[in-house]
Write a new protein. Structure first.
Length: 272
């Protein structure tokens, strides 16, 4: 057995021993969006620092635990807080929980994040359905030997964000009277916010939003054959489009729209 598979086995055995049963949907809850996990029923909570092969997340606003249970009638395993490349974790570590979700039986992943709006029609507080992504992190979590049992050497990214899931989310958004935006998420390594010049470049090459997460997890989800729904919260206009950027604004915006965000994810999940 490869080192990675052995680690996954040890991690999943531990998680199961804590009372986590069947998983259908994995959920990754981004900055300020972790509250959704509190609505999970019949919860089993597993702190990251107790899980073998899991690192500890270091960002303010990230609780750092797995929350298992029922949400919108589905068996979900939520990450309350994720791992970022800019924290110094390897890309393999950042994406390890996605491998674990797959090994626990998940067929789908819902990824969420806080990000900056590049599209001039976006406003802080908008929710954006992710239709595609640009990997601008400078690396890729699949670099290295490939284990064919986990996925193909050259995964197809044509439909990394599952089109049928996007249709469902759009319908739910319309029914809720929500002006759900849609667009391409471009992932940078961070931790600096982008420069105005980088944002002009991002817009020119087709990005609607920029952030420091999600891209690696979705690459591994595609490698693993997981269906993906991605929802971004536009917390600010990107660099050069507003006076300055700061984490406090990111937190304040997610705080303001978390009700709408939770509603959209729960109602969409019910229909998936
Ligand atoms: N850039 C990158 N990441 C972010 C931003 C941004 O403007 N806002 C929230 N996360």
């Amino acid at each position: 057995m490869t080192e990675l598979k052995l680690a996954i086995k040890e991690t999943t055995e531990f998680i199961k021993s804590q009372g986590v049963g069947e998983v259908t949907f994995g959920l990754i809850l981004g900055s300020g969006l972790g509250e959704l996990a509190e609505e999970i029923e019949d919860k089993v909570v597993v702190p990251y620092n107790e899980i073998p092969h899991f690192p500890v997340s270091t960002v303010v606003g990230h609780a750092g635990q797995l929350v298992y249970g029922t949400l919108s009638g589905k068996k979900v395993l939520a990450m309350q807080g994720r791992f970022h490349f800019y924290e110094g974790h390897s890309m393999q570590t950042v994406t390890y929980p996605v491998r674990v979700m797959k090994a626990l039986g998940a067929h789908s992943l819902i990824v969420t994040n806080a990000c900056g709006g590049v599209n001039e029609n976006f406003e802080p507080g908008d929710l954006m359905l992710i239709t595609d992504q640009i990997n601008f992190t400078g690396t890729n979590p699949l670099i290295g030997p490939n284990d064919e049992e986990l996925g193909p050497r050259f995964p197809d990214m044509s439909n990394a964000y599952t089109p049928a899931y996007q249709e469902v989310a759009k319908k739910v958004g319309q029914k809720s009277g929500l002006h759900l935006k849609e667009g391409v998420y471009m992932g940078f390594s961070g931790p600096t916010y982008e420069t105005p010049a980088e944002i002009r470049m991002a817009r020119t090459i087709g990005a609607d939003a920029v952030g420091m997460s999600t891209v690696p997890e979705v690459i591994v989800a595609a490698h693993s054959g997981l269906k993906v729904l991605g929802i971004s919260c536009i917390t600010n206009l990107a660099a050069g489009m507003q006076a300055n950027l700061n984490h406090e604004e990111v937190v304040a915006t997610t705080e303001r729209v978390k009700g709408e965000f939770k509603d959209l994810v729960k109602k969409t999940l019910a229909e998936l």
